[in-house]
Design a protein around this ligand. Structure first.
Ligand code: ADP
Ligand code: MG
Length: 634
């Protein structure tokens, strides 16, 4: 009896497949296990993760870890992925006005317009026919402010709204005899211009509705009677207000809010013939991706130093050089993926900490070196476990072998391995020859996009938002799902979750999402991030990998990697590929593992010559060793 373990060290996870080989030559996979990859993939720091994953697999199989006779490592693809974000617009307020301020507890409801005026102003200085919006500084108590508003109203003035410095909107609203929208928590109220046309809008509370006049450029144009030229200028204002529950817009004499483009540096994409294409990052993702695909195969990408993207590319290059003990100039960036995104940012010159959604470009890079020091890992594992460790095969090839244990698959076949740092693809033709490719952009990029678009600033939470559907807790006994279905619960929810947006975790857990976004919005952002990364990369990968003119020639595509466990990604890709007439499905490795464990399984199969799991013999090129492992015990 012998035990053989295949170990796949990935960017994110280290996976094990454990096989028992009986003396009569039969074999059986007896367990599999997973541990987070420790350290950067392909470095000696991976050893503890490998030992841990092996320990788990042995435990599941109910054997001592010392019984494992042979450990097979993958020749990890010498690529690592990294991600970065570059903001390319900023909204700047050049005069004192306010946009996009969204206090948690505004008062009243509706849209009010009028001239901005101090609450302490003298009535005699004003005309009863002029509608007014009152400014209430913190020096004025809420009860006094309410009394003054009532007085103005009783004296026949048109009181249409109020802007308050303290968090007093509700207190004031409860004490006045008129229904007007009131916005509060405007910290820099002194910077609001007086005597200017002003509009205040508060959406109906409770319903979860957002404002609809001031978030629409034509709404603002109507309120202020703007020309078409002036309307152009308020587009950034309206955009900043989308999704707000309340807002103030003030018309000042000059164009006061502008959207500026921040110079974000340039990328230089160098193709294999040595010609360079320069793209300014602020031209956006489409321009960058066109340049990348037109320069394929890419031999290197350089970023302007000083920009975030330049910094990220250099960081990735440096860490790869350090890990592999090679000089920085031998490290190449072989692919980048750019995605346009929006991120909430504080507005420059704001009066109440307002935010605006700024345009940004997210970038993932694929860094390549000559070879990873796999032998060092092998030696490390060998000395820890006192077991023979062999570097058995190339990652992409092993992924193909493992994937082909999926019932119903045949060659030619294309494999999409969707992991954390990269989307890898391989194509095996009728002659069992394999081509493979590694593209940047995968699960980590989706997580980054979700994190920044929702303004979470919490990678762990963003990871959960990616994996689980969201819902709104409507009552203690009901939740509304993303598609609007209402679920009634047997047990009451934790009262602290009442009215909150939550994630419905696999184990029935409910995790609150601490941002003011509806489940519908979260769903839109989440699905868009997944589509932009994975559908784009699936098409890119298949186009680059197929030997034929068109990807329509590929009969089957099998999806593996842990991003294929996602509840939406495989379906999105299948739908997109169906348009080319390609059959695409999620792997079921060994008929039982789903899309997990393909590389680890492939390593073991390549070592034992297929073991009856494949309907073809493994070509010599794919198996470095076909001997049976010598038994250590029994
Ligand atoms: P690698 O081979 O590079 O180590 P993996 O195949 O382990 O990568 O995939 C890691 C990626 O899979 C991460 O981005 C992670 O967020 C994602 N992932 C893991 N589990 C799930 C899941 N249940 N649903 C969606 N994505 C998942
Ligand atoms: Mg992998």
């Amino acid at each position: 009896m012998a035990y053989i373990a295949g170990v796949d060290i990935g960017n994110s996870s280290t996976e094990v497949a454990l096989l028992r080989q009986s003396d009569d030559g039969t074999h059986e996979f007896i367990s599999s296990a997973l541990h987070r990859t420790t350290g950067l993939k392909g470095t000696q720091k991976n050893v503890p993760g490998v030992v841990n994953a092996l320990t788990r697999a042995a435990k599941k199989a109910d054997i001592d870890i010392n019984r494992i006779d042979r450990v097979l490592l993958n020749e990890a693809a010498p690529v690592i992925g990294d991600v970065a974000m570059e903001t390319i617009t900023e909204t700047v307020i050049t005069e004192s006005t306010m946009i996009g301020h969204d206090p948690s507890t505004p008062g009243g409801v509706g849209l009010g317009t009028g001239t901005s005026i101090e609450i302490s102003a003298d009535m005699d200085d004003h005309n009863r026919t002029d509608p007014l919006i009152f400014l209430i500084p913190e020096s004025v108590d809420f009860a006094v402010a309410a009394e003054l508003l009532n007085e103005w109203h009783e004296n026949g003035y048109e009181v249409n709204g109020a802007i308050v410095q303290r968090d007093d909107a509700v207190l004031i609203h409860n004490r006045i005899n008129i229904e007007i929208p009131i916005i509060d928590e405007v910290s820099q109220i002194e910077r609001i211009p007086r005597g200017q046309p002003t509009a205040v809008e508060v959406a109906p509370q409770a319903t979860g509705k957002t404002i609809d006049e001031l978030s629409n450029p034509y709404g603002i144009a109507t309120v202020f009677d703007l020309s078409s030229e002036e309307t152009q200028k308020v587009i950034p204002v309206a955009r900043a207000l989308v999704g707000n529950k309340s807002a103030v817009v003030i018309k000042t004499p000059k164009g006061d809010v502008e959207e500026r483009t921040i110079p974000a540096g340039r990328l230089q994409i160098i193709d294999e013939r040595g010609s360079t294409t320069e793209v300014p990052v602020d031209e956006g993702a489409d321009t960058i991706m066109d340049a990348v695909m037109n320069s394929w195969p890419v031999s290197d990408v350089q970023g302007e130093s000083g920009s975030n993207i330049g910094g990220m590319l250099n960081r990735a290059r440096d860490s790869m050089a350090e890990v592999t003990d090679q000089s920085v100039d031998t490290i190449e960036i072989r692919d980048i993926m750019a995605v346009d995104t929006l991120i909430p940012q504080e507005v420059q010159g704001s009066v109440a900490g307002e935010h605006s959604m700024e345009s940004a470009v997210a970038l993932a890079a694929m860094v390549k070196t000559q070879q990873l020091p796999m032998q060092q890992i092998a030696d490390g594992v060998e000395s820890e476990l006192d077991t023979e460790v062999i570097i058995q095969g190339v990652e992409a090839n092993m992924a193909v072998l493992g994937s082909l244990t999926t019932p119903g698959t045949a060659t030619p076949v294309a494999i999409l391995d969707m992991g954390g740092g990269s989307t890898d693809a391989a194509y095996m033709d009728e002659d069992k020859e394999i081509e493979s490719i590694h593209l940047s952009g995968a699960g980590d990029m989706v997580t980054m996009l979700i994190d920044s678009e929702l303004g979470l600033e919490d990678r762990d939470l963003a990871e959960a938002v990616k994996k689980y559907p969201s819902a709104k807790v409507q009552t203690l006994f009901s939740i509304r799902e993303e598609d609007g279905t209402v679920d009634f619960l047997d047990e009451p929810v934790d009262p602290s979750l009442f009215g909150r947006t939550i994630l419905l975790e696999d184990d029935g857990g409910m995790r609150p999402v601490p941002v003011d976004k509806s489940p519908e919005e979260i769903r839109r952002i989440r699905r868009q991030a997944k589509r932009r990364v994975f559908v784009t990369n699936a098409e890119r990968a298949l186009n680059l990998i197929t030997p034929t003119e068109s990807i329509r020639q590929i009969p089957f595509v099998v999806m593996v990697g842990r991003s294929s466990l996602d509840f939406e990604i495989p379906e999105m890709i299948s739908d997109a590929l169906a348009e080319y007439g390609i059959v695409c499905g999620r792997a079921n490795v060994r008929g039982e593992m789903g899309p997990r464990n393909a590389v680890a399984t492939g390593l073991v199969l390549s070592h034992i010559g297929g073991g009856g799991y494949l309907d073809f013999g493994i070509p010599a090129a794919l198996s470095t060793s076909l001997e049976r492992a010598p038994a250590k015990t029994d």
